[in-house]
Design a binder for this molecule. Structure first.
Ligand SMILES: Cc1cc2nc3c(=O)[nH]c(=O)nc-3n(C[C@H](O)[C@H](O)[C@H](O)COP(=O)(O)OP(=O)(O)OC[C@H]3O[C@@H](n4cnc5c(N)ncnc54)[C@H](O)[C@@H]3O)c2cc1C
Length: 394
């Protein structure tokens, strides 16, 4: 039986119930035991990602002309939301959905023909996205990795950090400086996007080192030591890379916010079920308002966040540039999932900390979205400056 919150879903746009049901069926093959075992050993959910790929869910945004389903962003959001709602973790593969957009929007026809059909068919994985660096962090324009043109190749030198899924991807979208920063130059100029074929690069100038984190996220640091990348792998124009990456950020934020809504629903359902079943002092703990109210509040906040996700999707699909709404959706949904996670642990008492309930694992997983792919403070800065007209703070 579908929980009540779906029946009351505001119907601003297609809800993709058929997609949601199919994704939920697929996810049911990957229950808590599967994720717990992987989490213990920090192992990549290869079978889960293969199943999603085979079913075509990871290529639904790729246009039909390149072998995908050509569906709008709201369909991808429905897929990711259902994955999280089922207790699975889309962090293992969500990037393919949005990194592909940079290639689709700014790549040449030859590049699209070379990569997209294979990505759609599951023969090539485009899961890695190398932007963040250890010393520059959120200040992307200050990144230090360089790509110097040498004949018909770029020679890449530098380091990235938090390059997730690098060990489980064939291709990486890399942002590097191709024009040295000079006085008076905007620091976000002179950056370019390259497609790095990691199958050839590892051991030939590319080294990947896994980073152990509080949740199982297959994230790594990546070192470039005079890695040669064919010049034909430059996406779009040299020096315009920051703009290309920026143009994909709304989609990224909206999709992550859909995942957070899915997480929040998982936590709320889990907490409500437990509150009805667990009896202490001779009655269900859920009969106490001290238990009910936090769950009810988390539900209300999740629903409000869900509306903002839909608003962002509506604007995005109408061809607008919903920077403010995508950012707000990301912040509100990450807050809603974080709140619901906290409430879920509290509702479970001591059992919330036991591995077998999956609550502590999901709690750790959803915490990430307060920081990545954009931290809350930077969203608030964006709103302060670009929506409220307050002075730029950095
Ligand atoms: C598990 C994981 C996976 C990731 N995957 C990827 C990936 O695949 N590819 C990739 O490129 N990156 C990835 N990231 C990086 C992620 O996007 C960054 O961690 C995030 O954007 C924050 O950058 P930072 O860690 O450098 O923090 P910093 O920029 O060092 O910021 C630290 C803190 O200071 C705050 N802060 C910084 N400047 C200001 C300011 N001006 N005003 C107020 N507060 C400020 C931030 O909000 C943050 O809370 C991942 C990160 C993690 C943890």
């Amino acid at each position: 039986m579908r929980p009540q919150q779906d029946e009351s879903r505001t119907n601003l746009m297609e809800s993709y119930q058929d997609i949601r049901d199919a994704v939920a069926r697929l996810c049911a093959r990957f229950p808590g035991e599967y994720w717990r075992a992987l989490d213990r050993d920090m192992t990549y959910p290869g079978e889960f990602v293969a199943a999603l790929t085979e079913a075509g869910w990871l290529s639904i945004l790729i246009p039909e002309a390149y072998g995908g389903s050509g569906l709008p962003l709201s369909a991808a959001a429905a897929v990711l939301e259902e994955i999280q709602r089922a207790g699975c973790n889309g962090g293992a593969c969500h990037a393919q959905m949005y990194t592909m957009g940079t290639l689709l929007r700014h790549g040449s026809e030859a590049q699209k023909q070379r990569y997209l059909p294979k990505v759609a068919a599951g023969e090539l994985r485009l899961q890695a996205f190398g932007v963040t660096e250890p010393t520059s962090g959120t200040d992307t324009g200050a990144l230090k990795t360089t790509a110097r043109l040498d004949g018909d190749h770029f020679v890449v030198k530098g380091q990235k950090i938090w390059t997730s899924r690098a060990e489980h991807s064939d291709l990486m979208l890399l942002l590097a400086r191709t024009t040295p920063l000079k006085d008076g130059m905007k620091k976000t100029d002179g950056l370019s996007v390259l497609i790095v074929d990691m199958r050839e690069a590892v051991g030939n100038g590319l080294t990947i080192r896994p980073i152990r984190t509080m949740m199982n996220h297959a994230t790594t640091e990546v070192f470039f030591d005079d890695l040669r990348v064919p010049a034909e792998n430059l996406i779009g124009e040299e020096g315009k890379g920051f703009r290309y990456i920026l143009s994909g950020m709304n989609a990224e934020r909206i999709l992550i916010s859909a995942e957070c809504v899915g997480d929040a629903k998982w936590f709320i359902e889990k907490a409500s079920t437990y509150a009805k079943e667990r009896h202490v002092f001779g009655r269900a703990i859920g009969q106490n308002q001290g238990i009910q109210f936090p769950i009810a509040r988390a539900y209300a906040n999740m629903r409000a966040a869900e509306l903002m996700v839909r608003e962002a999707l509506n604007l995005y699909q109408a061809g607008k540039n919903p920077g403010a709404e995508a950012n707000m959706a990301k912040m509100l949904a990450a807050d809603a999932s974080n709140e619901a996670a906290n409430v879920c642990i509290q509702t479970h008492g001591g059992f919330g900390f036991a591995e077998e309930y999956d609550v502590e694992r999901k709690f750790r997983e959803t915490r990430l979205y307060q920081v990545a792919p954009i931290s809350t403070n930077l969203i608030l800065s964006y709103l302060s400056e670009h929506v409220l007209g307050l002075p730029r703070s950095y």
